[in-house]
Ligand binder design. Sequence first.
Ligand SMILES: Nc1ncnc2c1ncn2[C@@H]1O[C@H](COP(=O)(O)OP(=O)(O)OP(=O)(O)O)[C@@H](O)[C@H]1O
Ligand SMILES: [Mg+2]
Length: 332
Amino acid sequence: MPLLAIETSCDDTCAAVLEGPEVLSNVVSSQGIHDRFGGVVPEVASRQHLGLVAPVVEDALARAGVTIGEIEQVAVTAGPGLIGALLVGLSAAKAIAAPGRLPLVPTDHLHGHVAANFLDPEPIAPPFLCLLASGGHTLLAGVRERSGFEVLGQTLDDAAGEAIDKGARLLGLGYPGGPALESLATKGDPGAFDFPVAMSRDPGLDFSFSGLKTSLVYRCRDLGESGVEAHRADLAAGFQAAIVDQLAAKLVRALDRESWPAVALGGGVAANGPLRRSVTAICEEREVRLKLVGLDLCTDNAAMIGSAARFTEPLRYPDYLEFNAFATGERR
Ligand SMILES: Nc1ncnc2c1ncn2[C@@H]1O[C@H](COP(=O)(O)OP(=O)(O)OP(=O)(O)O)[C@@H](O)[C@H]1O
Ligand SMILES: [Mg+2]
């Protein structure tokens, strides 16, 4: 029963074909156009999706060796995300599903990041604790069933990925900043500058990253242009370490609070090498199973949306013609 999934919540136009938990194709077309603005421009993203969505879907079908007539279900990200960008994907999904009266599965993007862990190879089954860190969200999810999750703690201000992108920009790196910051940090000493690991004394499971970003702003101001240039790698290493340390500390606190048989990661920041190594060490020490998906399933992709759709109630034709995307809030 091949399923076609579409994801357009931000700046990546994505389509995937799944057969159960098996990913037959997973195409991501990233819009490099935002680099020059130092971040995603919503209106530009929507227009880019308009041009890319049809060829990306066609490419996903061709790579899977499946024709459009063989698709039995269509899944699409309904939110949260940029509303204009979401509407392009949702409209495309409706247009593909409606002529054949196929069911449509409006899917939650964050559920998708968690559900990437249900895909082959070696899918994980609930219950598990999932640290989800992306460009727009940072939270600890208690996953007790495949159809959703409970938010145990979340960021009170910036998301980890947002802080990473802003920090990278301050250090003169392009957008998205994560991979560039990680690469620069390998050449630096994380102990050269002291960055605050926020919320370390807070007994809860919430996160905060805006103070860390401000501290990098002050460091750069104090060092001046030439000082920043001379210490860019050290600044990147220290800043990245402070983010990873906070994420790891809250994960440890969640494991201390409640016994979880397994841990998983989700979201673009889960592609970060130092974070993956830190979480691996935590899980080894506690003898807890760790599930790490490949880097291509951490950042936005449609395979994870297809995976979440497998555990979401589909809408029947014509009910979904009225269905609307949502920018924030509502989680199915
Ligand atoms: N290797 C890496 N190290 C650190 N951060 C990374 C790495 N690779 C990607 N990121 C970060 O991941 C974020 C993108 O993740 P993702 O695509 O899941 O976010 P999003 O979809 O924009 O946000 P959300 O999922 O919250 O709606 C960016 O902030 C990017 O810098
Ligand atoms: Mg995402």
